[in-house]
Design a binder for this molecule. Sequence first.
Ligand code: 3BY
Ligand code: FES
Length: 432
Amino acid sequence: MSETINASTVRSKTSRMSSDKLAEIEQLLARRREGFSLEAPFYTDTQLFQFDTEAIFGQHWLFAASIAELPEPGDYVTVDYGPYSLIVLHNDDGGINVLHNVCRHRGARIMNQSSGTTGNLVCGYHSWTYSPEGELIYASIPGEMDFNKQCFALRRAHSRVVAGLIFVCLAEEPPEDFDHVSQIFEPYVAPHELTKTKVAYQQDLIEGANWKLVMENNRECYHCDGHPELLCSYFPTYGLTEDLVPPHLEEAWERSIQAEDVLRQRCQRYGLPYEEIEELDTRVVGIRIARDALDGEGESFSVDGRRLSKKLLGDLPDFRLGRCSMHLQPNSWFHFLSDHAITFAVFPIGVDRTLVRTTWLVADDAVEGVDYDLQQLTHTWEQTNTQDQELVELAQRGISSPVYEQGPYMRSEYQVEAFINWYIQRAREYMP
Ligand code: 3BY
Ligand code: FES
């Protein structure tokens, strides 16, 4: 992992929490034990959850959706991060507007579907009407009250669209690091041309666990024996270093080294970036991106590794490209393959409730039933997600017991530790 700290720090903001509670959280942060899991209140305390929504979700760049979820002007999705609700709208100029979903009259939530198509935005309470840019253009009975409508536009959030992925930031001054990090991942993702994909399927899972447990679980494969479908695609040695490979996996280790070698050369030939970049806790926008070989035919997440859609994404030259995997702090991970892509977005709901939204994207001209079978396309990750849900719910329940004590991270869990390092640093920076 890089030693360089090029992070721009996030200035602390005015918290809505009591100074006593902030002092208590500050103590918890100060006595964090490196190399060990967090103390229980980080996962079980409702005020600490409120702190997370302020210090993490209120301050940092978050993944919201891919452009394929709102392909036409007027299309929108709503996304909620704890108490925040945003309207992410495709505007007439082809850009993206991100507006707080809170009416400027008396505060009602305006858009109440998770997605749809709209012209102006009309509040269901007293019909205040906003343009797609968020300007207030109609406020019931004209002349009833003389006020300057320009002062009552919907509040906007910052947004960036990179290679078809939409990111939002609720802070007044977003961390500057994002532009640099987007330059890191753009060359990896762009060849998959997500702007020319469509949503084949979207799954919303509400998991009974704190959002950090959901993220931690994604950041290790120590538990991957619980994912038999996924293990058809990952080499059995995935996540291990050579010195940790047990004798019965030595053959699999050799096979994976050879497959990586072939993939590296293939990527070089096609001019596709391959090298791993890992700055998970050394930047305000923590990232890991890498291309990994897949087992079997090495094309996709199927039992034998063969393609799951007959249409290549973009102008990709070959099906045998393994998977490009991207992890971003604090709320997303992605798999970009030759034949499809999968985005995973984590939306905190409450201290022990989290929405995990998984979206499968295929080439926009791929035809269901002809070029891909939907059940086969989604099988591996639907199963894996359900298994992960059970695991994180077990963790939430165990941690909620008064006898829970912090346990040590194994070496293969170093990315869990990196996630927690990132979280602790951001939380400390937020303190007044
Ligand atoms: O591949 C992932 O996204 C990680 C690694 C294994 C568990 N988790 C699902
Ligand atoms: Fe939206 Fe009254 S609260 S119009």
